[in-house]
Design a protein. Structure first.
Length: 553
């Protein structure tokens, strides 16, 4: 049996895809401005080129002295080079440290310092900053510059590639599925970002479940509006079409650029955040654009629930038989569940609008889940949890092959989020909700965001749905004023840009008073700036920041 057949390295999947279709396009990236017709030129990377270059870089790293298990932080913008380099590092047995550049400099430096990388793979600007802050990265001795190297030492990517090509017999390490593959940081939407350890087995489980549930086949063409999905595309034999957009600000996308790319490449799949699809839907409505994505047969949207109204409008923009699916999960556990747009539009959406929570659908294969009594402390073993009956709101815990087992940065958080059950480890999602009689989970918000008013607990998603139903409200946020258990609930409103604001506050106060879920809410603040959201999806509202603002801190 060959190494390829027994290698647990998730990057070995790229070799298999390449063997089946070496000349197929793996990545298409714009390399010039659009013409008047909307057509533009693209730099193309075949699967063979992607596999061969990543292999040469991996051999170069090993020949240079990089050892399996070392941590290398990736500071390269998303694009063809990013995908190529992640596969190269994985093939070398390196643990790839991935941070979201949009999390802000303070968080970013703290995360990277906590990961204690052995080196950096970065563009010149990133290497210059790393060099200035080198005291924060004492172990970073193996630094590769993607571009021109200046005063900071290390090697250039070209030197590493050339070294690999001149050392074709350098063996790549044998990797098992249990071996570490990456450290990926959470967004930090409810506390400091945490570094999650992914094994190669975690990635294998994610790829297999996504491919099977969504029936993804080789030869599909994906408009990758969420960067990391491009890595999954490559090992599923799917062409990644990189759109002309800032991936750190999906809500600011120019829909015209997406439409042009989709038409030129006849894309049949797209992955984007709810904020992105909301922007696309409103732009098409304002410009009377009819079905601009006729070839698009599969849309994935993650990061936050997608409102039924947005899904209904989006269905009118894509192929009439298309599926729009919303996978549910977290950085620590993904994918966990999924729901399709038709079910949301016809069944669960109307219930959500009445304050029943947001249905995230049914479990993926091999996922187990339980709703347990809400507990703000540690639950070190399964015997200390109390499972709640169907329909009762509690916190969700999950286990399965795609569920990560530990944090390796902010290890103190393991006790708060991981529950040992023999050989299994359950992850406490930090989400609250309930299971229905069809074993579907209804998400009612984050545990940390609940508001306690005496003996009554208000949950964000059910309460906010009542306000979001008003035609002038784009989105809202329930936040507490004061300390539990005697908190005052406050609703902050982000209206639509063209909304009529005269009388809106009194209308919303009246709306709240007429619903038992919201009748305790009497303070409403209409903002003249957008609600602060996470950079990754532009969807998760930073309620802790809002609570500090209304407290005057």
């Amino acid at each position: 049996m060959s190494q390829q057949e027994i290698d647990g390295n998730v990057a070995a999947r790229l070799r298999i895809v390449t063997a089946l279709a070496p000349g197929a396009i793996a990545i298409a990236q714009p390399d010039g401005p659009p013409q008047e017709s909307g057509q533009r030129s693209y730099a193309l990377t075949t699967f063979e080129k992607l596999n061969d270059r990543s292999e040469s870089i991996a051999r170069g790293l090993i020949a240079w002295g990089v050892k399996p298990g070392m941590r290398i932080a990736m500071l390269v913008p998303f694009g063809a080079s990013f995908i190529e380099l992640v596969f190269a590092l994985l093939k070398a047995g390196v643990v790839v440290v991935l941070v979201d550049p949009g999390m802000g400099r303070q968080h970013l430096v703290k995360c990277l310092s906590g990961a204690n990388p052995d080196g950096f793979m970065g563009i010149p600007k990133a290497q210059a900053i790393r060099s200035v802050l080198r005291n924060k990265f004492p172990s970073a001795k193996w630094n590769i510059t993607v571009g021109r190297r200046y005063f900071w030492g290390g090697k250039t990517l070209q030197q590493i590639h050339d070294l690999g090509q001149s050392s074709p017999d350098t063996p790549l390490p044998r990797i098992e599925r249990v071996d570490p593959a990456a450290v990926i940081f959470t967004t930090g939407s409810t506390g400091p970002p945490k570094g999650v350890l992914y094994t190669h087995g975690t990635f294998h489980a994610q790829i297999d479940r996504i491919r099977e549930r969504y029936d993804i086949h080789r030869g599909s063409r994906d408009l990758a509006c969420f960067p990391l999905f491009g890595l999954f595309d490559a090992v599923m034999g799917v062409t990644t079409v990189i759109p002309d957009m800032d991936p750190t600000r999906p809500a600011d996308v120019n829909p015209q650029r997406l439409i042009e790319a989709a038409e030129q490449w006849e894309v049949d799949q797209a992955f984007g955040s709810p904020a992105l699809w909301h922007t696309v839907v409103r732009w098409c409505e304002e410009n009377d654009v009819q079905r601009p994505f006729p070839t698009l047969k599969r849309v994935l949207s993650a990061g936050a629930p997608v409102p039924a109204a947005t899904l209904k409008q989006l269905r009118g923009l894509i192929h009439e038989d298309a599926d729009i699916v919303t996978p549910y999960g977290a950085t620590e556990a993904l994918p966990i569940a999924s729901i399709e747009s038709r079910e949301v539009i016809s069944q669960t959406g109307p219930a959500s609008a009445k304050g029943k929570g947001t249905c995230v659908g049914t479990r993926f294969d091999d996922v187990q889940w339980r709703v347990i009594e809400i507990n703000d402390g540690a639950l070190p073993n399964i015997g200390e949890t109390t499972e709640l009956p169907q329909g009762k709101i509690g916190e969700l815990m999950v286990t399965g092959p795609m569920v990560t087992r530990q944090y390796v940065v902010r290890e103190d958080q393991n006790a708060m989020h991981k529950v040992v059950d023999g050989d299994q480890v359950w992850h406490r999602m930090g989400d609250v909700g309930y299971l229905d009689d069809r074993d579907r989970f209804w998400f009612c918000g984050r545990k940390a965001h609940r508001v306690t008013v005496g003996d009554r607990t208000l949950f964000t998603v059910p309460c906010e749905a009542i306000f979001n139903a008003h035609p002038s409200v784009y989105r809202s946020a329930l936040v507490p004023r004061g300390q539990a258990p005697q908190q005052t609930p406050v609703i902050l409103i982000e209206p639509y840009p063209d909304a009529e604001l005269d009388g809106l506050e009194s209308e919303l106060i009246d709306l709240a008073a007429r619903n038992p879920l919201t009748r305790r809410i009497s303070e409403i603040i209409i903002r003249d700036t957008p609600l602060p959201t996470d950079i990754r999806h532009n969807s998760k509202i930073f309620r802790e920041q809002l609570a500090r603002e209304i407290a005057g801190t």
